[in-house]
Design a protein around this ligand. Structure first.
Ligand code: DX5
Ligand code: ZN
Length: 216
């Protein structure tokens, strides 16, 4: 696992009316990933953007597109999001399709594989995936919306995930309600990638907030 803490601003909380400028602002910062939340109004009660929007943003930054697919069914959309320029594709354990089949498609297209679990899903479901993934995304809010409060009962889950992966090169990404006050607790629990949407996009200076999240 990469010891250096990575910051992944979630554009769900960006100003969608100037999305290109928001991507350019993140490109000018030292964030490692750009977290892109895809929602279908079925797997989660919200709808965001599709592959064409991701594709339209790709040319404005070389940063890693960390694409979080909160959609089900998801298999038929994997290649469109890969072709749109995704670098990491994270799907949910809770989907109705074959997760390993989805992993195959992502890997066959030389992209990184992530698996995410909702707050109500126990960590031990992840054991069977460990030899197949690059990243585990622990939801610290109920997926669907930005600006929610961190669910503190998920912190224990991060510790358990860290134990589960041992010294495998798997990133532990946490997502939802992360701010400059709780970031350190999450890193101490074992997270090494912090997703943050409203904390960053509500601030006047994205770089300053990213530094505050990183410096813990
Ligand atoms: C929620 C998304 C998160 C969200 C994070 O379903 O997966 O990535 O955008 O936003 P904040 O940091 O505002 O909770
Ligand atoms: Zn997300």
């Amino acid at each position: 696992m990469d010891e250096q803490i990575k910051i992944a601003p979630s554009i769900l909380s960006a100003d969608f009316s100037i999305l290109r400028d928001e991507i350019k602002a993140l490109d000018a910062s030292n964030c490692e990933y750009i977290h892109i939340d895809i929602m279908d109004g079925h797997f989660v009660p919200n709808i965001t953007i599709g592959p064409d929007v991701v594709k339209s943003l790709r040319g404005y930054t070389k940063k890693t597109f960390d694409v979080h697919l909160m959609i089900d069914p998801v298999e038929k959309f994997l290649v469109p999001f890969i072709d749109a320029g995704s670098d990491i594709i994270t799907i949910h354990h809770e989907i109705s399709e074959n997760v390993f089949q989805c992993f195959e498609t992502i890997k066959n297209n030389n992209k990184k594989v992530g698996i995410s679990i909702k707050p109500s899903t126990p960590v031990d479901v992840l054991s069977k995936y460990l030899e197949h993934i690059d990243l585990i995304l622990i939801m610290t809010v109920e997926p669907g919306f930005g600006g929610q409060e961190l669910m503190n009962d998920q912190i224990e889950k991060i510790k358990k995930t860290k134990e589960l992966i041992g010294n495998r090169a798997i990133d532990i990404e946490v997502d939802g309600g992360i701010n400059t006050k709780n970031a350190k607790i999450l890193v101490d629990a074992g997270a090494n990638v912090l997703v943050s949407g409203s904390t960053i996009f509500k601030s006047k200076n994205y770089q300053k907030t990213i530094n505050e999240l990183r410096n813990l």
